[in-house]
Structures are given as structure tokens and as C-alpha cells.
Design a protein around this ligand. Structure first.
Ligand code: PLP
Length: 396
């Protein structure tokens, strides 16, 4: 028998958890186990993009729960095929691999890029170039790809074949690539790293360079995808077509699922047995993906995110203009950051006390991630609380 412990002590201490237990959610609202109500401006970190318990997704999930939960990927899975087709019909991608999380989607992308270069192109390329302040996940390969020292601490030796360079510096990129470079991987708005949108000119030059040199372009859309930035996928803003892009978070509206989406040429990079996942794309997960994408497309949800993002950022910029604590309000669609001049952790806690849930993106940036159906009234409520707390911080 193990030693006596509380229920909380039964978990490894991998998260700095707030002393709140949220037990019910509906739309933009959450309730804790004491019955207190919160306006949710973090959406489980960009997951519940359609709000909590969206009716259409719940209906699809309940229907599938009555029919079939799991079968092996050794069989045809119609939901998986139909979910894949919905992704490819609504993007520049041609073939999908389903997995269970963002890190796994990026892991699959790294593997496909290397295998395609090495087995199809037969050029021996292996190196993946990534960017400072990026975040790509917590597996050994994806934390190595991540451009933040804190996620790597204590995990040596890290896998080889990754190079991290500063973003938005084309000369550095040009000198970083070599005949060993298999792929460049990036987020179009660095989210965990502080809400830094990539420079559009730089991105277009990067994409052209990749094409010219036979380097694959991998776009991590795990946080930016599924309507969050005002387009179904953020790369649509820039007129580029990645060779591979990765999805998770909003893809399942709260049900855990990830996907890697590749261009047609890369299909032959994988063959039967070269990659797989027991749970990747189960009938349940992909019923949810289907309902999520159908809702996003039919109800034009990304356009609403663009509109409400403009309203949210407009209100914040107007009401925080001249505030000495604030450096900048920045973002794309409903991926919004308030960059401040000092750490903002205490503002997150004070906002909770006022009934508003937000998170940080690095020490000095408040990150706002409401669901994509958020109303003007809800935005006004959040802005009012935030402006009050930020004014107080400025006065200290
Ligand atoms: N990539 C990006 C851009 C992310 O924001 C995240 C999670 O925050 C991941 C990858 C990792 O996703 P997951 O936590 O589902 O493994």
C-alpha cells in the first residue's frame, strides 16, 4: 500500500493549479463547486472555441456514444474518413493523420517531414528549424523543437536534429538552412510565447525560400487553428500553403483529438506501419471533429471571431490608451494579448475573484481567449473588469 495522502496529493505536481474546481459549463460561463459563476475568457486554453457544451456537438457525441465508442485503426472508420475529408475540403491540405493531442500532431509532423526527405526524396535531410519563444508541446521531440529553455530543463539528453533561431530575421534564416534542413516549423501567432504574430513579409519570404530549397513548411495551428484567429486556419490570412499543418485544441470542442494535415506529395512519406496511434481518430473523437468543423463552416464561426476580435481589441485599445502599465494590445482574431510592463500573475487571480477567467502568455502578457461566439455584452463585462484591474496596477 502507498502512504496515506489527500486526493490532490495523488497527482504529480505538474501544474500550478488555482484553488478553484470548475464543475459546470454553458456557453461563455463556468460555475465552481461553491456555485460561483465565471465569465470564461480562456476557453480551457483555446479549446472550447464553440463555448461550453455546444448543443450540436453534444448531440453528435451522444448519438455516437449510443452506437460505437472504439475500434482499432486496423478497420475502416467512416467517421474518421469523413472528418478527414471535411478538413481537406476546407483547407489546402490533402491527407490527414488523427492523433490525440497537439504534441502528438507535431511529433507526427516531424516524423513525416524526416521520413519524406529521407525515404522519398532520398536526400538524408533531418534538421528541423524552429523559433525562439515558440511552443510545440511536451514530448521529447516537441519540447526540443520549442524555443523556450524552461520546458527543456532537466530532460537532457534531448534528441538531435533541431535548430532554434530568432523569428522575423530573414538573414538569420538564410544562414541557418543547409543541405541537412528537412523542415521549418512555426506558429503564425506565437501564443504561449507572448502573443507575437509573425511578420507577414517575413513569412512570405520564408515560404518562398522553403519552396525553392525543397524544405518543408510545417505550420503549428494547434492554438491558432479552428477559427481562433478569424479564419478557419491562420495560414489563410497570409496566402501561404504549408506542406504540413497541425491541429488539436479546438478541433474537438473539448474532446481530446489532434490531427496532422499534409499536402498530396507527402502522402507517400508514410506507409502502413510507419506511424500510428491506438486511439487516433476513434469513432467518438471523429464524430466530434465532424460536428465541430461542420458547425464552424456552416455557421461561419471564424468570421464571427474576426468581428468580435476587432471589437475586443478596439475596446481594450480605447480604454487602456495612455495606461502606464500597458505596453501594447496585440493579437489576431480572438487570440488577444495585453502586453504589460511588469508581471501580471496577480491580475489573473484578481480577475478570478471578480468572476473573470483569463491566463497569461509569459510573465508580462495577459492572454484573452474567449469562445468564438462571445457576445458584445460579455466582451464589455470582461473589458470593464480588466480595465479596472489594470488601472489599479498602473496606480501602484
Ligand atoms: N503547439 C501549440 C502552438 C500549443 O499552443 C500547444 C499547447 O498549448 C501545443 C502545441 C501542445 O498541445 P498539447 O498540449 O495538446 O499537446
Amino acid at each position: 500500500m502507498s502512504t496515506e495522502k489527500t486526493a490532490a496529493e495523488a497527482l504529480l505536481p505538474t501544474y500550478a493549479r488555482f484553488p478553484l474546481a470548475l464543475v459546470k459549463g454553458e456557453g461563455s460561463w463556468l460555475w465552481d463547486d461553491q456555485g460561483k459563476k465565471y465569465l470564461d475568457f480562456m476557453s480551457g486554453i483555446a479549446v472550447t472555441n464553440l463555448g461550453h457544451a455546444p448543443a450540436r456537438i453534444k448531440e453528435a457525441l451522444n448519438k455516437q456514444l449510443d452506437e460505437l465508442w472504439h475500434v482499432s485503426n486496423l478497420f475502416q472508420i467512416p467517421n474518421q474518413q469523413e472528418a478527414g475529408k471535411l478538413i481537406t475540403d476546407n483547407s489546402c491540405g490533402d491527407a490527414v493523420f488523427f492523433c490525440n493531442s497537439g504534441a502528438e500532431a507535431n511529433e507526427a509532423a516531424i516524423k513525416l517531414a524526416r521520413r519524406y526527405q529521407q525515404l522519398v526524396k532520398q536526400n538524408g535531410r533531418f534538421e528541423i528549424i524552429t523559433f525562439e519563444q515558440s511552443f510545440h508541446g511536451r514530448t521529447l521531440a516537441t519540447l526540443t523543437a520549442t524555443g523556450q529553455a524552461k520546458v527543456k530543463e532537466g530532460f537532457a539528453p534531448l534528441p538531435g536534429g533541431f535548430k532554434t533561431i530568432p523569428l522575423n530575421d530573414y538573414a538569420v534564416l538564410e544562414s541557418a538552412i543547409s543541405d541537412q534542413t528537412a523542415a521549418v516549423m512555426l506558429e503564425l501567432v506565437q501564443a504561449e510565447g507572448g502573443i507575437h504574430p509573425v511578420d507577414a513579409d517575413y513569412l512570405n519570404k520564408l515560404a518562398a525560400l522553403c519552396k525553392k530549397e525543397g524544405i518543408l513548411l510545417i505550420v503549428d495551428e494547434i492554438q491558432t487553428g479552428m477559427g481562433r484567429t478569424g479564419k478557419l486556419f491562420a495560414h489563410e490570412h497570409y496566402g501561404i500553403e504549408p506542406d504540413i499543418f497541425t491541429l488539436a485544441k479546438g478541433l474537438g470542442s473539448g474532446f481530446p483529438v489532434g490531427a496532422m494535415v499534409a499536402k498530396e506529395e507527402l502522402r507517400e512519406g508514410f506507409s502502413a506501419g510507419s506511424h500510428g496511434s491506438t486511439f487516433g481518430g476513434t469513432p467518438i473523437a471523429t464524430a466530434v471533429v465532424k460536428a465541430t468543423i461542420e458547425t464552424m463552416v456552416e455557421e461561419n464561426i471564424p468570421a464571427n471571431a474576426a468581428k468580435q476580435g476587432d471589437y475586443l481589441m478596439g475596446q481594450l485599445r480605447e480604454k487602456l490608451a495612455g495606461n502606464s502599465f500597458v505596453e501594447e494590445v496585440r493579437g489576431l482574431g480572438l487570440l488577444v494579448g495585453i502586453a504589460c510592463k511588469a508581471p501580471v500573475g496577480d491580475i489573473v487571480v484578481k480577475a478570478q475573484n471578480e468572476g473573470l477567467l483569463i491566463i497569461t502568455a509569459g510573465p508580462n502578457v495577459l492572454r484573452l481567449l474567449p469562445n468564438l461566439l462571445v457576445t458584445n455584452d460579455e466582451i464589455d463585462t470582461a473589458v470593464q473588469i480588466l480595465v479596472k484591474l489594470i488601472d489599479e496596477a498602473a496606480a501602484q
